[in-house]
Design a protein around this ligand. Structure first.
Ligand code: 4AD
Length: 466
């Protein structure tokens, strides 16, 4: 077979060697009739290919053919690597290919709704180009999402989705090393798993049913089935009404559930070590991807401590109070007060990643265990990156009679979750866990401003396609 080289592998060590690459014709420029440049791109990396009419290179017909190619067509290029005297600005790789052969494998439509070069520019680059009088189209978010297959070709987007997979991979590896194993719980369930109105209802062969708002009930039931320590990576459905920068109607949940031996802080210990491991690994092994994201969407590296800061909700309320923000000590935080507290925590403790625990019981779901020393509070926590929530977790109520009481006092129709309650009647160990929103982790690690950027084909209250 032929020997292919990847665009990202092209470097000056290959000087004078013949290479064969496949990619897309991102930009095509003719210089008279005897020369043309084709920038070829593959997974966010680009190389400049030079067509020059010469006996050992290409024919005039080939130059004509190259300049007639439509952008984004798939091409195969065979040529010799050369190293130009000056830096190449229009491509990521600092070598050129002197083309000998060019084949069009499959052509793209003659006009494109999005130009990848335009879609890949940072705000600063756009401003500069506009000031320089350059003609360019600012590609808005909706257009990007409407033509997502084009949009995800930008280097930043190529980076985002590889980083997202890396988070998932390290999540799995770390938990495995801690004695957890992966499960899959049903997404079609009889009653809502988190309560509230954000639930998609459907007809299940004549019986009312829901799309699971989380694996909550079944991951707990698996603990009742002696599974001891489990995790799940799967879709989560929320019929959110609010059209915000951080709510999707379908997202990827990273869920954990575990037996507790003595104290619910064991669950927070897992969160702590898991996320320090994930952040370290991203910084160590994803530098190319992070650089690509940073180029389009500049951001500062996340500040986090070796041992994650834990504050109680009461301490958080106190910090806000000292900063002149009064909130109900037994109420919840909102987007604004969460952000504010995030700033205060950064100033005082130098971290943008922390755990806030002992939340007021009244603002937590029915399955949450109250604190034994003060039932106004609960053994529960939220975790924040840059002042926004990425995780919520808790110890659960494992005594069936008490669980019924808690469900009823939260206004839940116990009949709809009777099989869940029954699971606790045959002996249930103390346990707890947490749920992470994958898209939020990537969004906030990279300080992106919209969760739609970290969802491959986002579903929000106004979008179910493509
Ligand atoms: O805070 P939530 O609703 O908690 C649960 O689902 C619990 N069952 C977790 C547990 O084990 N106690 O959701 C967990 C996480 C949130 O912290 C957030 O990161 C993410 O899921 N999330 C969303 N992400 C995107 N779009 C939405 N609409 C989200 N709703 C929650």
């Amino acid at each position: 077979g032929k020997k292919w080289t990847k665009v990202e592998q092209l470097n000056s060590e290959l000087k004078d060697q013949v290479v064969l690459v496949r990619g897309r014709a991102q930009a095509i420029r003719a210089v008279g009739k005897k020369m043309a440049f084709v920038v070829v791109r593959k997974r966010g990396f680009t190389v400049q290919c030079v067509l020059t009419v010469a006996p050992d290179l290409v024919s005039p017909q080939m130059v004509k053919f190259a300049t007639s190619l439509s952008r984004e067509s798939i091409v195969d290029i065979e040529g010799v690597i050369s190293v130009p005297g000056q830096a190449i600005t229009g491509a990521s790789q600092q070598v050129e290919i002197q083309v000998r052969k060019l084949y069009c494998v499959n052509k793209a439509a003659p006009t494109l709704p999005i130009m990848i070069e335009d879609a890949a520019r940072s705000e600063v680059e756009i401003e500069k180009a506009l000031q320089a009088g350059e003609q360019l189209v600012r590609v808005n978010q909706d257009t990007r999402l409407n033509f997502r297959v084009l949009d995800i070709r930008t280097p930043a987007n190529q980076g985002i989705f590889r980083i997202q997979y890396h988070v998932e991979k390290i999540f799995r590896q770390f938990l495995e090393s801690e004695g957890f194993f992966g499960i899959h719980t049903p997404k079609l369930i009889a009653g809502s798993s988190e309560g509230g109105s954000a639930v998609f209802r459907l007809d299940y062969k004549g019986t009312p049913a829901c799309l699971a708002q989380s694996p909550q009930l079944h991951k707990q039931m698996s603990i009742c089935g002696d599974f001891n320590r489990v995790f799940e990576i799967g879709p989560v459905f929320r019929a959110e009404d609010s059209f915000t920068h951080r709510h999707l109607c379908e997202f990827t949940g990273l869920d954990v559930e575990m037996e507790i031996e003595e104290h619910y802080s064991e669950v927070m210990d897992i969160v702590d070590r898991l996320f320090v491991t994930i952040f370290d690994s991203l910084n160590e092994t994803c530098s190319k991807e992070l650089a690509a994201i940073n180029k389009q969407y500049p951001f500062d590296k996340l500040k986090y401590l070796r041992k994650t800061l834990r504050l109680t909700f009461e301490e958080g309320v106190q910090m806000l109070k000292e900063a002149g923000v009064e909130i109900d000590p037994l109420g919840d935080l909102n987007t604004e007060t969460e952000r504010k507290l995030g700033q205060l925590v950064l100033e005082k403790y130098g971290t943008e990643f922390y755990i806030l625990h002992r939340y007021p019981l009244a603002v937590r779901p029915f399955y949450t265990m109250p604190c034994h020393d003060n039932t106004n509070y609960s053994n529960s926590f939220d975790v924040f990156i840059r002042g926004e929530e990425i995780i919520s977790g808790a110890q659960r109520v494992h005594v069936p009679e008490f669980l019924v009481e808690r469900a009823q006092s939260c206004g839940i129709d116990v009949k709809t979750i009777s099989t869940y309650i029954d699971a606790f009647r045959y002996g249930a160990p103390p346990h707890g866990g947490f749920g992470v929103g994958l898209e939020r982790v990537v969004m906030l690690f990279c300080a992106l401003n919209n969760i739609r950027k970290t969802s491959l084909f986002p579903r929000d209250p106004q979008r179910i396609a493509p």
